[in-house]
Design a protein around this ligand. Sequence first.
Ligand SMILES: [Zn+2]
Length: 110
Amino acid sequence: MCTEAEALESQYDGYVVEADEFIREVKSELRRDSLIYAVNKKKKVGETCICAGPLCRKQFTKKSYQQAFHRTKCKDQFWNRVRFWQDETKVQMLVEHIDELNHGSEFDGM
Ligand SMILES: [Zn+2]
């Protein structure tokens, strides 16, 4: 089961885009999240942060030295995403899945 692919699929539901363009877009999102993460890590306890969770951006007050996310769910989603995009096999599977979504239907019912 590939939850990252499913999450992306629902996020971009009905939005047909070529795989390489799609991946560029997600990777730039990931870079933005990582940047926010790095900023949050440098902030002091009591300072206002923006959550580094994918598509979250909720404001929160930093309560502990380690905190970079407004809740554990965002932290899990962030790290799941990082791990997913570091795994070339999974990324390749996603590319094939997108190609199938974009082009597979052309051959249906013919
Ligand atoms: Zn969050």
